[in-house]
Design a protein around this ligand. Structure first.
Ligand code: GDP
Ligand code: MG
Length: 163
């Protein structure tokens, strides 16, 4: 099948905005299944001539497993475990939160390829804010703005190179 790219990160960092920007008009395959896959969207994206399956997960979230957030977290974890590549997103404006650090630590143990995405990094202060994400131990953050489009071409290139 197609290489699977999973977008992960805590709620509100801009995962769905990034998903929509990468998928563009190819959002034919939206799987909205009940249960643990709730709020998990799939689409195809053409990145530098490579077709990939892109999955937008619900936010990775600290919560008991029998809550909605707990089930969303379980869904994110299973998606990450099936991924050929994970786009781990943080919010460069908010900085690194304890939840980001917790999931980064979990992600480092999954032996998946990871691109660290520092989103909301538009404007003059964006790149500087993104650098803080280096402390997560997942390599150099790629600063971008899913909403405004800055850095998206670089991300597409990195995805295509790492698959
Ligand atoms: P998700 O919960 O991780 O899927 O995040 P969403 O994609 O729903 O976005 C959460 C909020 O962040 C929304 O209000 C978006 O408009 C906003 N957002 C997403 N990307 C950017 C960005 O690049 N810059 C800024 N400033 N806001 C963004
Ligand atoms: Mg979302």
């Amino acid at each position: 099948g197609l290489p699977t790219v999973v977008i992960a990160g805590r709620p509100n960092v801009g995962k769905s905005t990034l998903f929509n920007r990468l998928v563009g008009r190819r959002q034919a395959l939206v799987a909205d299944q009940p249960g643990v896959t709730r709020d998990r969207k799939e689409g195809e994206a053409m990145l530098r001539g490579r077709l990939v399956r892109l999955i937008d997960t619900a936010g990775l979230e600290e919560a008991a497993p029998d809550t909605l957030y707990g089930r969303m977290r379980a869904s994110s974890e299973s998606a990450v475990q099936q991924a050929d590549l994970v786009l781990f997103c943080i919010d460069a404006r908010a900085g690194i939160t304890p939840a980001d650090a917790h999931f980064a630590s979990w992600l480092r143990r999954q032996n998946r390829k990871v691109i660290l995405v520092a989103n909301k990094a538009e404007g003059r202060s964006g790149a500087a804010a993104a650098m803080e994400a280096f402390s997560l131990g997942l390599g150099d953050p790629l600063a971008l703005s899913a909403e405004h489009g800055d850095g998206i071409a670089d991300l597409m290139g990195e995805i295509a190179e790492s698959l």
